[in-house]
Design a protein around this ligand. Structure first.
Ligand SMILES: C[S@@+](CC[C@H](N)C(=O)[O-])C[C@H]1O[C@@H](n2cnc3c(N)ncnc32)[C@H](O)[C@@H]1O
Length: 228
């Protein structure tokens, strides 16, 4: 058995016991292989849009003798995956806009029995906005630090209720109410990016004022973060 890094371990922690898993954009398939080795899942489809990553996935499935639990599928998003194969669906390590596009076009995800575990590498604000406006409830969100980088992982479920997404929620989601160091550090880095963006706006413009207000709030929420 091998160790998952903190980012994939956080995703693994959100997966329910005994489920059928789909890992979209699996690459090396570490997550489904680890979950199969640990006995947590019933089955898994490790999906990727490219043949090369699926070869890595196959090699790991063979190495850890979990071919009876984990299979590989060449698929663009979930396009080639039947809903019967997945209760919990992980989309990790991809950009927020790509994750949004994949969810948007997969009608069978609009179902309260399915759980989405989402870990965007970028543009997490556009993903949170999409989730709020399209009836996906972010039930839990946690942050972690892996190789000195900060990540957020969300557990979501469709309930059809469209929610207002405030500017603060768009950028940091449920981490606003999380006092952990990992959350504060995530907020700190999101805010650093926003500060750079703020410099591009003309002082006195409406955009500047709006972003300045967000930055001030995030400054307060991440106060006390010492990075090194
Ligand atoms: C950086 S890796 C992430 C691997 C793993 N999920 C993780 O978080 O460590 C991103 C993977 O997503 C795959 N990918 C990109 N676009 C995809 C799509 N539309 N459908 C399925 N997989 C995709 C890439 O081929 C690549 O293997």
């Amino acid at each position: 058995m091998f160790r998952l890094d903190e980012r994939l371990a956080l995703c693994a922690g959100f997966v329910r016991e005994g489920v059928r898993l789909a890992d979209v954009g699996t690459d090396h398939a570490y997550l489904p292989v680890w979950l199969a080795c640990s006995g947590k899942i019933r089955s898994a489809v490790a999906c990727d849009v490219r043949v090369g990553p699926l070869e890595n996935a196959k090699a790991n499935i063979q190495k850890y003798h979990v071919g009876n639990i984990v299979s590989t599928v060449l698929s663009d998003g979930l396009d080639s995956i039947s809903p019967d194969l997945a209760d919990d669906i992980v989309l990790a390590g991809m950009g927020g806009e790509l994750i949004t596009k994949i969810i948007m076009r997969t009608q069978w995800l609009y179902n309260g029995d399915k759980r989405l575990i989402l870990q965007p590498m970028s543009r997490s604000e556009s993903l949170r906005l999409f989730l709020c406006e399209n009836g996906f409830h972010i039930q839990q969100e946690k942050a972690c630090i892996s190789a000195n980088k900060s990540y957020s992982v969300m557990l979501c479920c469709y309930d059809g209720i469209k929610r207002t997404c405030t500017d603060i929620f768009k950028y940091i989601g449920l981490l606003e109410n999380d006092d952990s160091f990992e959350s504060k550090r995530y907020i700190y880095f999101i805010n650093e990016k926003l500060k750079k963006k703020l410099n591009g706006f003309e002082r006195g413009s409406a955009e500047y004022a709006q972003l300045h207000e967000i930055v001030s709030k995030l400054d307060t929420l991440s106060k006390g973060v010492s990075l090194w």
